[in-house]
Design a protein around this ligand. Structure first.
Ligand code: PMP
Length: 425
C-alpha cells in the first residue's frame, strides 16, 4: 500500500471507492454504501454529477489555467468572487480564492494579522480558538485546531489563545442552564482577553456550529454574547464556514443563522459541492481597504497560491452554486433536516444514547459515557450494515448530501438503531 496514510494498518488496505451516485458509493469489491456524511461533509450534490462534470470539461477546453495574481485574473475567478460577495452576509465585500479549507483558514489569519500591521498595531498577532474545534491541518489551521493529535509538535508558538467550546451535553456545570452556559463562556472569553491583553490579539475564529469537533450546536444566546465581547475589545471575528456554508444550517451561511457579521469568513467543501478543490476567504471592506493601502505602500501583496482562482475549479464552483440556488439549498436543508429530526426522535432516551442534536441538515447521536461501548464500535457495526457515519469519539455525525432521499434517511437511522442494539447485545 503506497498511499499514505491509512489510519488502521491492522484493518488492512483502506476500502477503495470506485464509483458513486447520489448519496451512495461503491467499493472495489462491488459493495455499496450509503454515506451519511457526504464524504467529508462536502459532497452536497452526491458523488457524481453531469452538470459539474460538464462545467469542468467546458472550462478546460476554453481556458484550463490562468492565474489570478498581480493584475491578472481569469473570468471564472472574477465571476465566482462577485457571486460570493453577492450571497455572503453583508459584512463581506471582497473575496480571496484558494484551494482548500486549511489554506483558507491560514489565509484568513494571515490577512487578520496583516490588517494589524497595516493599521500599525503590530503587537496584535494572537488568534483565539476553541477547544475541540477542527480548522485544518496546515501551519496556522493546525495550530488553531484544538485537538492535540493534529498539532502536537507542530503548532506555531505563541499564536493561539484557547477558550472553551459551547457543548451543552458535555460541558455544562451541575444545574447550569443553557443560557447560563452561554453567559459563562462569554464571561470566560472576556477574562481570557483581559489576562492576555487585547492589544496582543487580532482575531477569534469559530464555526457557527462546530462540525468535525462533534456537531456542537451552541446554546441560545452564545453567539450574541461572544460577539459583544469581541467587539468591545476591537477583536475581529473569522467565521469558519467550511462546513456550515452553502445552506447546511438552513440558511445560506451559518453567519446568517446567528447574525455573526464576520470580518473574515472561510468557505470550502460545499462551495464546489466537493467536485473541485476550491476555497474562498471573504474580507470585510474595513480589512480589504486597509490591506489595499498597505499593498500600495509596499508595491506588492504578499500572499497567493498558483492554483488560487483556478478557472476549472471556479467554473465547477459557479455551477455548484447555480444548482444549490435552483434547488434552494437552505430550504432543502430545513425540510430534509426536519425529516431527519423526526427519524432521530426515537434515539432520545434510548439505552446507550446520551444525546441527540440537530440544526438544519447536520445532526449527531452521541453514545453515553456509561454505555459500555463507544462510537467506534457503533460505527463499525454500521459500516458492516452498509452505512458510513463520521465517528468523532463517541459521536456519530450525520451531514447527508442534499440529494439523499427520504428512503436514504430512513435507512441511515434504521442502520444506526440496529448498530446501537448490536453493541448493547
Ligand atoms: N475548517 C473546518 C471547519 C473544517 O471542517 C475543515 C475540514 N474538515 C477545514 C477547515 C479544513 O479544510 P480542508 O480539509 O479542505 O483543508
Amino acid at each position: 500500500m503506497q498511499l499514505y496514510p491509512f489510519t488502521d494498518p491492522a484493518a488492512g488496505a483502506p476500502r477503495q471507492i470506485v464509483a458513486g451516485e447520489g448519496a451512495w458509493v461503491t467499493d472495489a469489491d462491488g459493495n455499496r454504501f450509503l454515506d451519511a456524511v457526504a464524504g467529508l461533509w462536502c459532497a452536497s450534490l452526491g458523488f457524481s454529477d453531469e452538470r459539474l462534470a460538464r462545467a469542468a470539461y467546458d472550462q478546460i477546453r476554453t481556458l484550463g489555467y490562468y492565474h489570478s495574481f498581480k493584475n491578472r485574473s481569469a473570468k471564472p475567478a472574477d465571476d465566482l468572487a462577485a457571486k460570493l460577495v453577492e450571497m455572503t452576509p453583508g459584512s463581506i465585500a471582497r473575496v480571496f480564492l484558494a484551494c482548500g479549507g486549511s489554506e483558507a483558514v491560514d489565509t484568513a489569519v494571515k490577512l487578520a494579522r496583516s490588517f494589524r500591521i497595516a493599521t500599525e498595531e503590530p503587537g496584535r498577532m494572537k488568534v483565539i480558538a476553541r477547544t475541540g474545534a477542527y480548522h485544518g491541518s496546515l501551519g496556522m489551521s493546525a495550530s488553531l485546531t484544538g485537538m492535540g493529535y493534529v498539532h502536537d509538535g507542530f503548532a506555531l508558538p505563541g499564536g493561539v489563545v484557547r477558550v472553551g467550546r459551547p457543548h451543552p451535553y458535555r460541558d455544562k456545570h451541575p444545574n447550569e442552564s443553557d443560557r447560563q452556559l452561554a453567559d459563562r463562556l462569554a464571561r470566560e472569553l472576556d477574562e481570557t482577553i483581559r489576562a492576555e491583553g487585547a492589544e496582543t490579539i487580532c482575531a477569534m475564529i469559530g464555526e457557527p456550529v462546530m462540525g468535525a469537533g462533534g456537531v456542537i450546536i451552541p446554546p441560545e444566546g452564545y453567539w450574541p454574547a461572544m460577539r459583544e465581547v469581541l467587539r468591545a475589545h476591537g477583536i475581529h471575528f473569522i467565521a469558519d464556514e467550511v462546513i456550515c456554508g452553502f445552506g447546511r444550517l438552513g440558511t445560506w451561511f451559518g453567519s446568517d443563522h446567528y447574525d455573526l457579521a464576520p470580518d473574515l469568513m472561510t468557505m470550502a467543501k460545499q462551495l464546489s459541492a466537493a467536485m473541485s478543490p476550491v476555497s474562498a476567504v471573504g474580507l470585510s471592506a474595513e480589512v480589504a481597504d486597509a490591506l489595499d493601502v498597505q499593498s500600495a505602500r509596499l508595491g506588492t501583496f504578499g500572499h497567493g497560491v498558483t492554483y488560487g482562482g483556478h478557472p476549472a475549479a471556479c467554473a465547477v464552483a459557479l455551477e455548484a452554486i447555480r444548482i444549490h440556488e435552483e434547488m434552494d439549498a437552505p430550504k432543502v436543508a430545513r425540510q430534509k433536516g426536519e425529516a431527519l429530526g423526526a427519524l432521530l426522535e426515537r434515539f432520545r432516551g434510548m439505552p446507550g444514547v446520551g444525546d441527540v442534536r440537530r440544526l438544519g441538515f447536520i445532526a449527531a447521536v452521541e453514545i453515553a459515557p456509561d454505555a459500555g461501548f463507544g462510537g467506534a464500535e457503533v460505527g463499525a457495526e454500521a459500516e458492516a450494515r452498509g452505512v458510513f457515519f463520521r465517528i468523532i469519539g463517541d459521536t456519530l455525525a450525520m451531514c447527508p448530501p442534499y440529494v439523499a432521499t427520504d428512503e436514504d434517511l430512513r435507512r441511515m437511522t434504521d442502520v444506526l438503531e440496529a448498530s446501537i442494539k448490536a453493541c448493547r447485545a
